[in-house]
Design a protein around this ligand. Structure first.
Ligand code: AMP
Length: 117
């Protein structure tokens, strides 16, 4: 399941480059192009779903695989012990820019409050 206009589908297909840090049959993790923390990795299902709601409705097991991969990325990045943050922006108010569901894994420094005021 792919979307021809989706930049993350193009990364999955290998049509545009990315720095991959974890990959299996169904999940891919790669470094964010504009990192906001020392560790900033995006974890995605390879299949195209626009957001968390679509993913969980269509394939909750895959959602679980994505979360498991996020935890594995945190371990591999060496941030698991000190702590890290998992974030999925959704829709306009959530600040979502890429409409292929993705989880940001942030770590490597104190990340401060959950939201700015
Ligand atoms: P969001 O606002 O949650 O939709 O986040 C989209 C993220 O994708 C942003 O943090 C971007 O920096 C990141 N991004 C956009 N294009 C690429 C790309 N080609 N490779 C890696 N990260 C990207």
């Amino acid at each position: 399941m792919t979307d021809a206009d989706c930049i993350f589908c193009k990364i999955v297909a290998g049509d545009i480059p990315a720095t991959k840090v974890l990959e299996n049959d169904r999940v891919l993790a790669f470094r964010d192009l504009y990192p906001k923390a020392p560790t900033h990795v995006l974890v995605i299902p390879k299949d195209h779903y626009a957001n968390v709601a679509e993913l969980t409705a269509a394939d909750p097991a895959l959602a679980g695989e994505v979360l498991r991969a996020a935890a594995e990325v945190a371990l591999n990045e060496g941030v698991a012990e000190d702590g890290w943050r998992l974030l999925a922006n959704t829709g306009a108010n959530g600040g979502q820019e890429v409409f292929h569901v993705h989880f940001h894994v942030f770590g490597g420094k104190p990340l401060g409050r959950m939201l700015s005021n």
